[in-house]
Design a protein around this ligand. Sequence first.
Ligand code: ZN
Length: 521
Amino acid sequence: MTATSTRPPGAARPRRPRGALAAALLCAAGLLCAALLAGPLPFGDQRPAAQRGTPAAGPSGAASGPVPSPGAPGVGDPLLPLDGNGGYTVRRYTLAFDWRAPRTPFPAGATIDATATQALSRFHLDFAGNTLRQVTVDGERAKAVRDGDELVVTPARPIREGGAFTVHVDYTADPTQQRERDDAIRVYGWGPTPDGTVVCAQPNGAKMIFPVNDHPSLRAPVTFRITTPPGLTAVANGRLVERAGRPGGRIRWTYDSEHPVAAQLVQLAIGRFTFADSTGPRGLPVRDVVPDGLVGDTEDHRSRTAGHLAWLERRLGPYPFRRYGVLVGDTDLPVALETQSLSVVPRAVLLGDRVRAERDLVHELVHQWTGNSVAIRRWSDLWLSEGHARFYERLYSDAHGGPGLEDAMRAAYEQHDQWRRDAGAPAEPAEPTLFTVMRYDGSALVLYALREKVGEEVFEKIERAWVTTYRGRVAGTRDFVRLASRVAGEDLAPFLDAWLYGERTPPMPGHPDWQVDPVLS
Ligand SMILES: [Zn+2]
């Protein structure tokens, strides 16, 4: 995402992340780290075999197989340990939204096709706000208890390990729900507009939209069935599959995300929209979604997408999805977000200065490669997503009338020790400092340092290899360091680790005159 207000992302008040400090102190005492690090991970059950249950008859009377046990309430990401859930993977979400009017509660349903990765006595979904109606598992009424942002579902009978099951959650959705963060995200959740809504769920606000397994490393395809009153249009990630008439002149819009999508990248927008269709490189379908009254006034900036795609494809290879478009957000929300295959960009950006608008448009487009196609493994890998987006945003702007890349990087270098102190090193964020300037210019600076060290030609090979090797996959900081080392033919771990984790900013290769400003307390 990009903050588009005059206040830069890092200008949030520097503050000591109390949770992280407490964790650090407990870590020093050897108490909490073990608990956090031993938490369930998204890539398999980390518990000793003895705790996973032994073959025996389960409560359901199954003849054999592990004893059913509760799925974990989170995937164990140290920064947001309750995000995501353990014990199952989602194969598909089918979401039904029976939209009524802006800021008005409406009937909604989520069908979740999942596969158990352990024998489950119960399992969790991430779900916040809204009014819960009923939960079924495989058509049978299930016990559902809300505990904070967790929805704890106990099916009528346990689910065997490896078993496919279908959860259906009926609820009344509340499209006014939002939460706030004291970083570049500012506001997330539903984004009401004068005649409908957009959605900005990053980082973990999808649970306000639908019951979900919400972590950036967890992805599944989504089918959207959005029913609107006459005269309104609904859009979502991916392809418009069907537009069908319903009783009362209502219209049901069906979209298929086509690719698996992380919950934070889901888009769902309703309004009086015009589709502005064009094509990108190699005939890529580009469909902008524009509030009716803003089509002409936003056209100049929107029409630059084909050029942005071509410029990025020269650096990062083929665009990774089957279509793209810009959703013009008819909202005062000051942020743009890389919702998958349909980035939302606020109207003020598209009605404003060209250089500023192109920076945001390129930034969100870069994310389609880094962050969306190549998903992050943990929240501490966010530098890989935002650092790349900011690096190419600045590289593009440098060549198209914006500020010079080197000037921007030198300015970031000067402040880097301060940012390390205030927000953690690039790959060591605390939860409250996730989306601060260190993850943007501070992390673009790491990529700049890498380019200065290995040279432009090798750097470009690393970048191309990164988005190609991990296309459609999950990857983290160690994956990047290993891949960069392999492509460069030298062990870059000592160099990159100092940049990513060190307490002090390392010297900038090729710029011995660059100095880091002293840290102010
Ligand atoms: Zn971003």
